[in-house]
Design a protein around this ligand. Structure first.
Ligand code: KG4
Ligand code: ZN
Length: 352
C-alpha cells in the first residue's frame, strides 16, 4: 500500500501545533507554539487569551510545518484536526483552519478525538502496541485509564474525580515552595519534586493511599485532591518547614510514594476490568508527563510484568499535546476510511 501523508492540527488547550506524518511513522515536519509564558502570570489558562493566540499563530504554524516538510497542501492525503474535547474557542481555530484547507483543496477531512490521539500515539513509535491494549494517560491535563479495543472502539475504565495527577505534583510543589522548571523543559514542577523525593524518607510523614477504604477501594477511579489538602494542612500546622531541604525532601517522597501506589492500584483494577470483559491486552501504554517519573514508571513496569505484558511509554515529547498525535490518529482513521464532512463543528464535551 502507498505511503500516506497527513497534516494534523491541534489547538484544544494552550498549544498551537501542526505536524505532517507519514503512514510509515516518519515525522516530516512539526511545529508547536506554546503559550506557557502567556498564562503563567495568570496562574492558569485564560480561555479568551488562548483562543487569540491560536488565531494569531495557526497560519504561521501550518506554513512553517509545510516548509519544514518541503510540501504543499496538494501533496497531502488528508487533513486531521482535533475536534474535541477542549476549550470551545480554542477548538474552533483548528477545526475552522483544517476544514477550510481541506475544502479548498478537496482533501479528505478527519475530526480526531484528543484522547484517542493520545492513546494511539504509542502505535507510531512502537510496533509492540497492537490492539487491544490498556492505556494510562497521566499528565497535567488528563488522568484516566482505558481499554483500546481498536480505532473508534474504547472503553473508559477510570478517570479522576478531582485533580489530575500532574496538577497534584504541581500543587504539592507549591506547598513546598519548589520553583517550577522552565517552560522549555516541559513546564510543571514534577521533575523538581521527583529530584527532591530521591533524598527523602517517605515514611517520616507517611501519607494514606487515596481511595483505599472499603467504599472506594473497588473503584478504578483516581483522586488526588486529598493528598494535596493533607500536605497543605501539614504545612499550616507547621509539621514541616518548607524552606528546610530535608523537610521538603521527606514530604516530596511521602507524596510520590502515595501517588505511585494509588496509580498502581487503580491500574491493577483496570487490568482486572479488561479480564472481566474477556479482553486479552497486549501491553500497558503509559503516556503523559507523569509517566516520565522513574518511581511511577518502575511501579507500572512491575504491574505490567505481573500481568504478563510489557510497559510501553512514548518519548516525552510525544506525550504532551502536539500535532504529531493528531496527524497519526488521522492516518489510522484514513486507512479505515473514517472521514468527516466539511460541515463538522467542534465538540467541547465528548466522551470517548
Ligand atoms: O504531559 P505533560 O507534559 O503536559 C500536559 O499535561 O499537557 O504533563 C505535564 C505534567 C505536569 O503537571 C508536570 O508536573 C508533570 O506532568 N510531570 C511530572 C514529571 N514530569 C512532568 N510529574 C512527576 N514526575 C515527573 N518526572
Ligand atoms: Zn492532551
Amino acid at each position: 500500500s502507498p505511503v500516506l501523508r497527513v497534516l494534523g492540527l491541534e489547538s484544544s488547550c494552550d498549544d498551537t501545533a501542526a505536524a505532517i506524518v507519514s503512514s510509515d511513522g516518519q515525522i516530516l515536519g512539526e511545529t508547536n507554539v506554546h503559550q506557557h509564558t502567556v498564562h503563567e502570570q495568570h496562574g492558569g489558562i485564560v480561555p479568551g487569551l488562548a483562543a487569540n493566540h491560536h488565531l494569531k499563530n495557526m497560519p504561521l504554524v501550518v506554513h512553517d510545518t509545510l516548509k519544514k516538510a518541503g510540501m504543499q497542501i496538494t501533496d497531502l492525503d488528508a487533513i486531521a484536526v482535533t475536534r474535541g474535547p477542549g476549550l470551545p474557542a480554542s477548538l474552533a481555530v483548528c477545526v475552522a483552519a483544517g476544514k477550510t484547507l481541506a475544502a479548498v483543496h478537496a482533501k479528505p477531512l478527519i475530526g480526531v478525538h484528543h484522547m484517542e490521539a493520545h492513546a494511539l500515539m504509542a502505535r507510531m513509535t512502537s510496533s509492540v502496541v497492537q490492539f487491544p491494549f490498556l492505556c494510562l494517560l497521566i499528565s497535567g491535563g488528563h488522568t484516566l485509564s482505558l481499554v483500546v479495543h481498536g480505532i473508534n472502539q474504547y472503553t473508559m475504565v477510570g478517570t479522576t474525580r478531582d485533580d489530575s495527577v500532574g496538577e497534584a505534583f504541581d500543587k504539592v510543589a507549591r506547598e513546598l515552595q519548589v520553583p517550577w522548571i522552565s517552560s522549555q523543559e516541559g513546564g510543571g514542577a514534577g521533575p523538581a519534586l521527583e529530584r527532591l523525593a530521591r533524598d527523602g524518607d517517605p515514611l517520616r510523614f507517611a501519607l494514606p493511599v487515596p481511595m483505599d477504604k472499603a467504599d472506594s477501594a473497588a473503584s478504578p477511579d483516581f483522586s488526588f485532591s486529598g493528598l494535596k489538602t493533607r500536605i497543605k494542612r501539614m504545612r499550616e500546622q507547621n509539621l514541616f518547614n518548607p524552606v528546610v531541604r530535608q523537610d521538603q525532601a521527606d514530604v516530596a517522597a511521602a507524596f510520590q510514594l502515595a501517588a505511585t501506589k494509588h496509580l498502581r492500584k487503580k491500574t491493577a483494577l483496570a487490568f482486572r476490568r479488561a479480564r472481566e470483559m474477556h479482553v486479552d491486552v497486549t501491553c500497558l501504554v503509559a503516556s503523559g508527563g507523569v509517566a516520565s517519573n522513574l518511581a511511577v514508571r518502575e511501579s507500572l513496569e512491575q504491574l505490567a510484568t505481573s500481568n504478563g505484558v510489557d510497559l510501553v511509554c512514548p518519548p516525552p515529547s510525544l506525550c504532551t499535546d502536539n500535532g504529531v498525535m493528531i496527524a497519526w490518529a488521522g492516518i489510522e482513521r484514513l486507512k479505515l476510511g473514517l472521514l468527516d464532512p466539511y460541515t463538522i463543528d467542534f465538540i467541547q464535551r465528548w466522551p470517548l
